[in-house]
Design a protein around this ligand. Structure first.
Ligand code: ARG
Length: 458
């Protein structure tokens, strides 16, 4: 009979058991569930709500189940529905009547909320560790490539020269923001809902603070209805995960472009590329493509839970069981993507000559040529037009701006002097952009330092 079977005269239809049982996926909460129950039983004993003896028996029994579960010695049962009732049934089988007292003053509604708060807290910490690993790899790469000039793009058209370090540091900023989002998501998860009961709290003199303390929670929830029906903290994780995947996906898109024959800015390691079953020459960036693809999957998880939640009246409703697969899937997908991306990035070979050659073409120094004239007291709008005309001239002649002779330049504007060539060299274009946040090596080095300090501090 079901743990809740007292008022029923018929067994659940097999179809329903199969449909509503969550044990196939919530078994991964066994640790949180058992630790939560240990804390609850300990508190029940301390408060004299159950006897100290029963509390001890329950705690010992639960520890045994935890140990067996850690070693894969437990078979979970669909007819016990979910992880909560599986553990409780098993406990009672093992220790007898004392096991039946565990659920005093508790509902599965606050129990499952507790489990998910604990799981989400851990997920935030784990994800943050993987992000930090990626950040460190990026910071080391940036330090190595402070002087590696490459073209910067807007509209995927060459725009102005930057350095590889500067480009990589743009991603560092994104991943630092992601990291902060997981710190905030952890804060939101770090609140203990146990004691909310089914929805209206309980009449037993529970000590909610004590349970929170035993489980390392910073605080307890303030409203029992919200305590059982809130899933915002999961959505906080899912939205942080979606943004992180979006950043990974953009990076992957660039690596895919850069590894193409047309760009050839990077050479992907053989160990992180795949071949074609028909075209012998192919080496495909499948790993990067798959991460880009999996981004959609994580957005799907976020959208799924937002949609599940939007029409739910107070308080707990079974719809909310749908939070788990979405959350677990997003967490697993993100952690796997971060892991494989970081490993891949470690092995990418940057083709610095091709990057430099890329920066030399496409008139990436045109803005600097206009700025040169401005420094010779030409109004910017006039300088812009003159350089535009020079670019058009170069295009018909098949030349770069640096190929033009001084005489040629002077037919377009008399202010040009011999010092123009140095002023629009790639190095000067980069080095002169030395404001904070710019690509000049000393500015980038400062931001590498800030990022490292930030990682150390928080
Ligand atoms: N398996 C359920 C879930 O994940 C546990 C809570 C069930 N509560 C209930 N009143 N049916 O949401």
């Amino acid at each position: 009979m079901k743990l809740w079977g007292g008022r029923f005269s018929k067994a659940t239809d097999g179809l329903v058991d199969d449909f509503h049982s969550s044990i196939s996926f919530d078994q991964r909460l066994y640790r949180q569930d058992i630790l939560g129950s240990i804390a609850h039983a300990t508190m029940l004993g301390e408060q004299g709500i159950i006897s100290e003896d029963d509390a001890d028996r329950i705690v010992e029994g639960l520890k045994g189940i935890l140990d067996d579960a850690e070693h894969g010695r437990i078979t979970w049962h669909v007819d016990a529905e979910d992880i909560h009732m599986n553990v409780e049934t098993l406990l009672t089988e093992r220790i007898g009547d004392a096991g039946k007292r565990l659920h005093t003053g508790r509902s599965r509604n606050d129990q499952v909320a507790l489990d998910m708060h604990m799981y989400a807290r851990d997920a935030c910490d784990e994800t943050r560790t993987f992000l930090e690993e990626l950040l460190r790899v990026l910071l080391d790469l940036a330090q190595t490539h402070l002087h590696t000039v490459m073209p910067g793009y807007t509209h995927l058209q060459k725009a102005q020269p930057v350095t590889l370090a500067h480009h990589l540091m743009a991603y560092v900023q994104m991943f630092l923001r992601d990291r902060r989002r997981f710190i905030l998501a952890r804060e939101e998860a770090d609140v203990c809902p146990l004691g909310s009961g089914a929805l209206a709290g309980t009449t037993y003199p529970l000590n909610r603070e004590r349970v929170a303390e035993l489980l390392g929670f910073k605080r307890i929830t303030e409203n029992s209805m919200d305590g059982v029906s809130d899933r915002d903290y999961l959505l906080d994780y899912l939205s942080a995960a979606s943004l992180t995947m979006m950043h990974l996906s953009r990076f992957c898109e660039e690596l895919i472009l850069w590894s193409s024959h047309e760009f050839h800015f990077v050479e992907m390691d053989d160990a992180f590329s795949t071949g074609s079953s028909i075209m012998p020459q192919k080496k495909n960036p499948d790993v990067a493509e798959l991460i880009r693809g999996k981004t959609g999957r994580v957005y799907g998880d976020l959208t799924a839970l937002l949609t599940v939640m939007k029409g739910i009246p107070m308080a707990y409703n079974k719809d909310m069981q749908e939070d788990k697969e979405a959350f677990f899937d997003a967490r697993d997908t993100l952690v796997k993507s971060l892991t494989v991306f970081t490993a891949m990035l470690r092995t990418v070979r940057f083709r610095t000559d091709a990057m430099r050659a890329g920066a030399s073409g496409g008139f990436t120094n045109a803005t600097d040529l206009a700025d040169y004239l401005v420094k010779k007291n030409v109004p910017f709008r006039d300088a812009h037009r003159v350089v535009g005309e020079l670019v058009a001239h170069c295009l018909t002649e098949g030349k770069a701006l640096l190929d033009l002779s001084l005489e040629e330049l002077q037919t377009f504007h008399p202010a040009f002097r011999e010092d123009v060539y140095d002023a629009i060299s790639l190095e000067r274009c980069v080095d002169d952009r030395c404001l904070p946040g710019g690509p000049a090596p000393e500015a980038v080095e400062a931001s590498i330092r800030h990022a490292r300090e930030h990682l150390e501090e928080t």
